[in-house]
Design a protein around this ligand. Structure first.
Ligand SMILES: [Zn+2]
Length: 76
């Protein structure tokens, strides 16, 4: 996945993840980068601002932290 930026202010648009993706990460002590969407191993559930191996930005969060932050896709 690539990083999406806001057209006007250049800010990174944070990715959202499905509840299945988040549960899988939670099971495996992993997290996701909200900038590029990359999976990251060895991430505590409450990890915050870890550096992403893919894009190099400090936007990796643990599974539970993603839920708290509301980075979950609404599905119906
Ligand atoms: Zn990244």
């Amino acid at each position: 996945m690539s990083i999406q930026r806001h057209n006007e202010n250049g800010k990174i648009i944070a990715k959202k993840f499905t509840i299945e993706q988040i549960e899988e990460a939670d099971d495996q002590d992993a997290g996701y980068c909200i900038a590029c969407g990359a999976w990251r191993d060895c991430c505590e559930p409450d990890a915050r601002k870890y550096t992403c191996d893919e894009c190099g930005l400090p936007h990796v969060y643990g599974a539970q932290e993603l839920v708290i932050m509301g980075r979950v896709v609404d599905e119906c």
